[in-house]
Design a protein around this ligand. Sequence first.
Ligand code: F6P
Length: 298
Amino acid sequence: MKIGIITSGGDCPGMNAFILELSKLCSKNNYDLIGYIGGYKGIEENNFIKLNFDNISGMALGKKGGSLLLTGRYEDLKIGEKLIKFKQRIDEIGIDWLVVLGGDGSLQAAKKLSDLGLKLVGVPATIDNNIIGTEYTMGFDTAINKTLQVINDIEDTATAMPGKVYIIETLGGNCGNIAKAALDEGAADIALIPENPISDDELVKLIKDKFNEGNKYLIMTICEGLNKTMYYSEFLKKALNKKVHISIIGHQQRGGSPTAYDRYVARRFATQTFDLIKKDISGKMVCYISGKFKNCDL
Ligand code: F6P
């Protein structure tokens, strides 16, 4: 049996750990695992490496961020005729199963390919934690911990020099889950996210209230998708008459060694993926719901 695997869209910590685990399971069962380079484009170009467990087990993949297979965004699959051509290409290459690790766009393309008859399993892998059907996407925990690390460091200087406002911009596209997680964990006082718009006046009042309630400094996370970090930095300086500092985490958020939890999720998702293939159940996405690792329709 020939199983193809791609990592698609924005990479996330845990992708390599997943590849390692799936390769172990495939090798044990004498299935060929073929990794296509750079996401869907790698399939079109038939650019691949063989992922024998023997060859990759010595690479310490479990602890590595990014993706051994490289990733890519491939907009062509949004177009009907190109999608059909792509499916024909897969048939030519002769892949029995395709495993797609990625976020929203990558899994939407996977669903379309599955509807065209390709045997396929989707794996929710994005730091954004924004895939319908699962409460958790691989990489989210590592990304949250990155935000907390930045806030921890800022708090050292914030406690030493009180009275200031700190704005920390997080990744997440138009999805505020990472910024909000910092609030839920108690690390941020305010999280500005696209899902919950707030007026300038409301924001100023909120910040003033926090200081009046006893805050010595204020930490505010902001989702990049709002595109208002620079604006708030200038606006709040004037409105509050306080120093306002910004830190933009950027792609540091997406890199680095996966946390213990993301390594665990990677292994559990890999086991679920392998089970689906072994049982010949296609068109599913592995997922995490109510404390259980299972699968749902793509
Ligand atoms: O993969 C999701 C994500 O990391 C978002 O959080 C972010 O907005 C986007 O990808 C950045 O994408 P790129 O690296 O392609 O600019």
